[in-house]
Design a protein around this ligand. Structure first.
Ligand code: KIV
Length: 276
C-alpha cells in the first residue's frame, strides 16, 4: 500500500501518477495498473452525475463513491476530494467532513484554494489529517477566476501562485495539485517547494500528473479540455457494443445456445406431458 511518505519521497526521484475514480470496477483497474494515487474527485459532479458544476456535489454523494473506490483498491493511496459544501461555505465544518473521508478509508483529503484555504489546512493538520492542496484553476470558485482559463500567465498572478504554494507547504500540505498553470511557472513552483507538485494542464515540469479518468478514457464526451490526451475512445466502443446488442436482440441472434441454460430432454418431456 502506497503511503504519504512514499509520495513525499518520490520528489526528484520518480514521477507520480494520479487518476480519478468514482466506482469499484474502475478503481480496481486503475489500482491494478499501478497508479500511485487515486483521487475520488468532485469531478464526480460533471463526469458521473451530469451536473454543471462541482459545487453541486454533496458530502453524501462523495462518501458513497469513496466507499466504492476504497473497496476496489489494494495498493494506491486514496485521496478524497472535499466538496465545496464540506468546507468553503463554513470552514468550521472542515474537520468533521474530512474525518468522514478518513473513516471511509482515504489516506488524505484534497482542498482547493480559496480565501480561507490556509485556515482550513491549519485546522485539518491540527487534527493530523493529511492534506493535498489544489491551486491554479480551482473549479469550485471558477467564477472568481474569470472562468475556465489558464492561471498565472503574468508576473503578478504567477507570483500569487508561488506564494500560495509556499504557504500551503508551510502549513503542512504533503502535495499540491497545479491546474492549468503555464508549464514554466509550474516548473518554478516545483523547484521552490519540497512537497511534490501534481500537474493537470500544467506541463511536464511537475513532479507528477493527474487526469480525470473519464476524460482520458474518452467516456465523458460533453467537453474535453485542451490538455486532455485521450488514451482510449471508450464512448465509441461502448456505443458500438450497445448498438450490436440492440441489433442482435431485434434480430433474435442473442441469446444463442452458448448464452442460455438447458434442461435435459427427459425432464422437459415430462414437463410437457404435465403442463402441455
Ligand atoms: O475533481 C477532480 O477530478 C480534480 C482533479 C481535476 C485534480 O480535482
Amino acid at each position: 500500500m502506497i503511503q504519504i511518505k512514499d509520495i513525499k519521497q518520490a520528489k526528484n526521484k520518480a514521477k507520480i501518477s494520479m487518476l480519478t475514480a468514482y466506482s469499484y470496477p474502475l478503481a480496481r483497474i486503475i489500482d491494478k495498473a499501478g497508479i500511485d494515487i487515486i483521487l475520488v474527485g468532485d469531478s464526480l459532479a460533471n463526469v458521473v452525475l451530469g451536473m454543471d458544476s462541482t459545487r453541486e456535489v454533496t458530502m453524501s454523494d462523495m462518501l458513497r463513491h469513496t466507499q466504492a473506490v476504497v473497496r476496489g483498491v489494494e495498493h494506491a493511496l486514496v485521496v478524497g476530494d472535499m466538496p465545496y459544501v464540506a468546507y468553503q461555505e463554513d470552514i468550521k465544518l472542515a474537520v468533521e467532513n474530512a474525518k468522514k473521508f478518513i473513516q471511509a478509508g482515504c489516506a488524505a483529503v484534497k482542498v482547493e484554494w480559496f480565501e480561507d484555504c490556509l485556515e482550513v489546512v491549519k485546522l485539518l493538520r491540527k487534527e493530523n489529517i493529511q492534506v493535498m492542496a489544489h491551486i491554479g484553476l480551482t473549479p469550485q470558485t471558477v467564477e472568481k477566476l474569470g472562468g475556465f482559463k489558464t492561471q498565472g500567465k503574468d508576473l503578478e498572478t504567477a507570483k500569487k501562485l508561488i506564494d500560495q504554494a509556499l504557504r500551503l507547504e508551510k502549513q503542512g500540505c504533503f502535495a499540491i495539485v497545479l491546474e492549468c498553470v503555464p508549464d514554466r511557472v509550474a516548473g518554478l513552483i516545483t523547484k521552490k517547494i519540497n512537497a511534490p507538485t501534481i500537474g493537470i494542464g500544467s506541463g511536464l515540469y511537475c513532479d507528477g500528473q493527474v487526469l480525470v479518468t473519464h476524460d482520458m478514457l474518452g467516456i465523458f464526451d460533453r467537453y474535453t479540455p485542451k490538455f486532455v490526451k485521450k488514451y482510449a475512445d471508450l464512448s465509441n466502443e461502448i456505443l458500438k457494443a450497445v448498438t450490436s446488442f440492440k441489433d442482435e436482440v431485434s434480430n433474435g441472434v442473442y441469446p444463442d445456445k452458448k448464452h442460455s441454460f438447458a434442461i435435459s430432454d427427459e425432464e422437459f418431456e415430462k414437463l410437457q406431458q404435465e403442463e402441455g
